[in-house]
Design a binder for this molecule. Structure first.
Ligand code: ADP
Ligand code: MG
Length: 389
């Protein structure tokens, strides 16, 4: 198959359920790696009612088939409109779309169900709705192939991280802070099979839940509530004992571990020590910063040896100044340089979306998209399905 340059839209909506990020990327084959240029990116907040349905479906123990079917279609229509609006606003003619979908369920470890043990994952959003709306082929459903190859189905952003950031002389740590926080670490001069990638723990998920409960806000803008509080050290210390933080990478987390129930318990623990809501937010923010720092110290720094390392932050959490200051402070002993993904041509919110543009391009050319060292899969596999327009 030819590898001419293509304009590919990547569409991401993450565990924060805040909305849809679209990145349009021109991708061509370079000598060693694919070459990417960001042409456009846009963010679209979910309508309040859709966000409510997404959150309800993610946390639900009881839902109905009609509800899930409608949500799957509603998301497909939302993605279609988001990509269409982006292409129109920036006047680009798309060749291909890669749509991650909305994770409603992710169970990377095998469990018993109906007489059989297996792992499974589900990203909702009807791809045909996008293909029909735009008249462009769509790649979707990226995660199952990796799970069936023995991987955790996540993280899948590693291929982009490697293609864009691997460096001969400097170690690179790509820290994304979405609902969940995940990192990809690339030692200097490392081959793709030497990357380290895993979810460090909660990103904005607990912060968002507390901002909603205590202040009626969807998130702590710029971290200003947290900045007015004091970290409750005993609560933080206790929270760091959660078994997830002791798991060896690769490991993946989601609302299953750090969702609504977790946030409710965390808040209760805070309220035993304080009546000031800002303190709870400061403590939730410190939990994200501490688990990022511990992950870097334990699992990443030993692989970087004596080399210079850049920590490159992306995701909505990069806009939380209090969180960024806490991360910088906790990482100071390592002597790493902190950078924003903007400095590398990818605004904080566009990186994950751009990753799914690249993954779609890989699938279109029948190339593997997972990085086995990152997901734990036995081999590289072609990810997802193509829906032809
Ligand atoms: N200006 C801001 N200040 C603080 N936090 C922000 C800001 N903008 C975005 N965020 C946080 O980023 C989250 C969305 O990040 P995103 O990377 O889209 O995550 P996901 O991939 O889980 O959807 C929001 O829920 C919010 O917590
Ligand atoms: Mg988002």
């Amino acid at each position: 198959m030819s590898t001419r340059a293509m304009a590919v839209a990547g569409v991401m909506s993450g565990t924060s359920a805040d909305g849809i990020d679209v990145a349009v990327v021109r991708i061509s084959q370079g000598r060693l790696r694919p070459q990417l240029t960001l042409l456009a990116h846009e963010g679209f907040a979910f309508p309040v009612t859709l966000r409510r349905s997404v959150l309800a479906a993610m946390n639900a123990t009881v839902t109905s088939t009609a509800e899930l079917a409608r949500l799957h279609w509603r998301l497909g229509l939302a993605y279609a409109e988001a990509v269409g609006a982006t292409a129109q606003r920036h006047n680009v003619k798309l060749d291909l779309v890669g749509c991650h979908g909305q994770t409603l369920y992710h169970q990377p470890r095998a469990e018993w169900y109906a007489g059989r043990r297996f792992a499974c994952t589900w990203q909702a959003g009807e791809a045909q709705a996008i293909a029909a709306h735009l008249g462009v082929p769509v790649v979707s459903n990226f995660r199952p192939a990796d799970i069936l190859a023995g991987g955790q189905g996540a993280p899948l952003v590693s291929l982009l991280d490697y293609a864009l950031f691997a460096d001969a002389k400097r170690g690179r740590v790509l820290q994304n802070i979405g609902g969940i926080a995940n990192l990809t670490a690339i030692p200097p001069g490392a081959a793709a099979d030497a990357v380290i990638a895993f979810d460090t723990g909660p990103g904005n998920m607990v912060i968002d839940a507390l901002a909603q409960r205590l202040f009626g806000k969807r998130f702590d803008r710029n971290g200003s509530f947290a900045a007015g509080g004091t970290v409750l050290v005993p609560v933080l210390r206790e929270a760091l004992k959660h078994p997830y933080f002791r798991l060896k990478p690769p490991r993946t987390a989601g609302r299953e571990q750090f969702g609504r129930e977790y946030a409710a318990k965390f808040l209760e623990a805070c309220q035993c020590h304080t009546s000031k809501p800002e303190d709870a937010l400061a403590t939730a923010t410190a939990l994200t910063a501490a688990t990022i720092a511990q992950s870097c110290e334990r699992w990443v720094q030993p692989r970087m040896k004596e080399h210079a390392v850049d920590l490159i932050v992306s995701g909505g959490g990069a806009r939380n100044a209090t969180l960024m200051a806490m991360v910088a402070q906790r990482l100071q002993p390592l002597g790493w340089e902190m950078a924003a993904s903007e400095q590398f041509g990818l605004p904080a919110e566009s990186k994950e979306a751009a990753a799914f543009a690249l993954l779609a391009w890989q699938t279109w050319h029948r190339r593997a998209g997972n990085v086995p060292a990152a997901t734990g899969a036995a081999r590289g596999v072609v990810l997802g399905q193509v829906t032809y327009a």
